[in-house]
Design a protein around this ligand. Structure first.
Ligand code: HGY
Ligand code: MN
Ligand code: MN
Ligand code: MN
Length: 422
């Protein structure tokens, strides 16, 4: 497929919108910090090269472009008349470590390709369209998610400027090294009165559309999420001489906690729990782990279900630690409630899907998205696009098709042209 796209480009054949989006995703997918294995983490060299690429494609599509003080790349396709309201769209351009090519990126590049199409036809929308490439959503480098969209909503926590990465570099220094001025962050916040809404296009990152044989789905709600770091403190001692009954083994306590999370999250409807990070800092083969650090990621469609599971798990951790003589310290990284999508925008998206001759299906999102933050500011909605490979995501095996990108582009363009002003 990619070879065909490149051949078309050589032959001067205008690629379909979907093919162009896939080519752009492929291009960004080749930009990564292989030396640090941070793929495209916030304010790394790869992240800045990615921003420059996106800004270039926005300009070519006929947008005015600026990069704001936290690294969001913002393209604006102005309405025919000045002083119009703004519809925002977009997604994040940072990735998880060893992530896929479409998570986040699709929601930036597809709207750019749609604007390029409108611009080529000299067609304007009755409102300004703002395409926002959010600088950070995954929380890989500084463990702080939604940095980009938080700045847009005016909820950026300036205390995070002192957050440090694994090399001890602070977020503030990383921004300054990239030429950003912290004092400009407050000015990024958008006036909600000028916004018609925020609509995010994103791969589903799951198997539902694939199993239903559908290219597109309209998101009904985005699951809420609770994230913690748990630091366990035992006693390091000799692996050969310390009797089993006298140990305070932090890793053994962590192992019990992992199974506690799994067992508890099997007991709830649309409830999931993950320990994605589990490490014995500076561990040695012949030393009983004196310390162990693990992450918790608990999500549910229903906030009460999620919060009850979190309460049970935190109580369970204290019980395990007390029985083993292990110290525990919890660091809360994120607490965000489930976000319902706006029925008004869902109906508009659903109608555009049906006008394309496709069945209209609503489905929940287990993954978090920038739309969750943007919901603090304005009505939000999401258009999901089918994933291949069983729906796998946060993995280089993440995939989708040019045909589905094409269908999504046509439906999104129709949605934009049909959106009422009110
Ligand atoms: O974790 C998530 O759901 C998203 O990919 N940040
Ligand atoms: Mn992701
Ligand atoms: Mn994403
Ligand atoms: Mn519907």
């Amino acid at each position: 497929r990619i070879a065909e796209i490149r051949l078309n480009a050589l032959l001067g054949v205008t690629p379909s919108l979907g093919a162009r989006v896939m080519d752009w995703c492929e291009t960004l997918g080749t930009i990564s910090d292989v030396e640090t294995n941070l793929t495209c983490a916030y304010m790394t060299p790869a992240h800045q090269r990615t921003a420059a690429c996106i800004a270039g494609w926005m300009r070519e599509a006929g947008m005015t472009v600026h990069i704001d003080a936290v690294g969001n790349v913002v393209g604006r396709y102005a309405a025919a008349q000045p002083g119009a309201n703004t519809l925002a769209t977009g997604s994040h351009y940072d990735t998880v470590r060893d992530g896929g090519k479409y998570d986040g990126r699709l929601g930036i590049l597809l709207p750019i390709a749609v604007v390029a199409d409108l611009h080529a036809r000299d067609q304007r929308l009755p409102y300004d369209l703002e395409v926002i490439a959010f600088a950070e959503e995954e929380g890989v480098r500084f463990r702080s998610t939604f940095l980009g969209s938080s700045a847009i909503t005016g909820s950026f926590d300036m205390g995070l400027l002192s957050a440090v990465d694994s090399d001890g570099v602070t977020l503030g220094d990383a921004l300054a090294q990239a030429g950003h001025d912290h004092s400009d962050i407050a000015g990024i916040a958008r006036d909600p009165a000028l916004l018609l809404g925020f609509v995010e296009v994103h791969i589903e990152q799951g198997p539902v559309l694939l199993e239903r044989g559908l290219p597109l789905g309209v998101v009904s709600a985005i699951a809420g999420s609770s994230r913690y770091i748990v630091e366990l403190r035992g006693v390091a001692s000799h692996a050969g001489t310390t009797p089993m009954g006298m140990r305070r083994d932090a890793a053994a306590a962590a192992a019990e906690i992992v199974l506690l999370v799994e067992a508890r999250c099997r007991q709830g409807a649309a409830l999931v729990g993950t320990v994605g990070q589990l490490e014995v800092p500076g561990g040695s083969v012949n030393v009983i782990p004196g310390a162990c650090r693990l992450s918790l990621d608990i999500r549910a469609a229903d906030d009460a279900v999620r919060l009850a599971a979190v309460a049970d798990i935190l109580a369970g951790i204290s019980t395990i630690c007390a029985a083993r003589g292990i110290g525990e310290r919890l660091v809360k990284l994120l607490e965000i409630d489930a976000v319902p999508c706006a029925p008004r925008l869902m109906a508009q998206l659903g109608a555009a899907v049906e006008r394309a001759g496709l069945p209209h299906v609503d489905l929940p999102s287990g993954a978090g998205h920038d739309a969750m933050r943007m919901a603090e500011l304005t009505d939000v909605a999401m258009l999901f696009v089918r994933c291949g490979n069983g729906g796998i995501s946060h993995n280089p095996l993440e995939t989708m098709t040019a045909d589905d990108a094409d269908i999504a582009g046509r439906v999104f363009s129709d949605f934009l042209l049909d959106l009422p002003q009110a």
